[in-house]
Design a protein around this ligand. Structure first.
Ligand SMILES: [Fe+2]
Ligand SMILES: [Fe+2]
Length: 179
């Protein structure tokens, strides 16, 4: 499970890199393909929020319950996941409007996108540098077997980084291959 989570993090980092590149282009007043941003957000909404975070939540809940962890850690993880979900959905709505040709100021969009990318990165770094190492040190093979069993019914196929790429994400996959 931890391998899946860390692989997801590497994948999400690539998506954030694409978004960073879009932010630079927007700031240089260049034309960008908003549909590509939309598909990144769709991926995060449909995959990260539905499978990645719930898998983490399962592990974190277990860890928080059976190991001594400060309230601060528990609160931060829950807050981060909640906040990221809200931000993803807001950005998705904003993009939906832009794609429908609604007038949205470019400055506002850049600001929202930058906030989103930086919040995602902070969360990733926090998990990778602090939470996951602590969990790896603390949980035993027995704990992992227990967690695996609980997750079993939620197997899923990654539509972008998985074995087969869904049609929806074909152009995004091509863009990622160029990184
Ligand atoms: Fe997370
Ligand atoms: Fe994560």
């Amino acid at each position: 499970m931890i391998e899946t989570i860390q692989q997801d993090h590497r994948n999400i980092m690539q998506l954030l890199q694409v978004l960073d590149n879009k932010i630079s282009l927007l700031k240089e007043d260049k034309e960008i393909d908003y549909r590509l941003i939309k598909s990144i957000i769709s991926y995060l909404k449909d995959y990260a929020d539905k499978y990645h975070h719930p898998m983490e939540d399962l592990i974190y809940d277990y860890y928080l319950k059976y190991r001594v962890v400060t309230d601060q850690v528990a609160n931060r993880l829950a807050d981060d996941h909640h906040k990221l979900k809200v931000m993803t959905s807001e950005l998705d709505d904003l993009l939906g409007m832009i794609l429908l040709d609604a007038i949205i100021s470019k400055e506002l969009f850049i600001e929202k996108l930058e906030q989103f990318v930086s919040r995602q990165k902070l969360h990733l770094v926090y998990e990778e540098n602090e939470i996951l190492p602590a969990i790896k040190n603390s949980l035993t093979a027995h704990d992992w077997a227990h967690l695996n069993l609980q997750w079993k019914h939620k197997q899923y196929a990654d539509p972008l980084f998985g074995k087969s790429i869904s049609q929806e994400f074909e152009s995004l996959a091509e863009r990622i291959a160029q990184l």
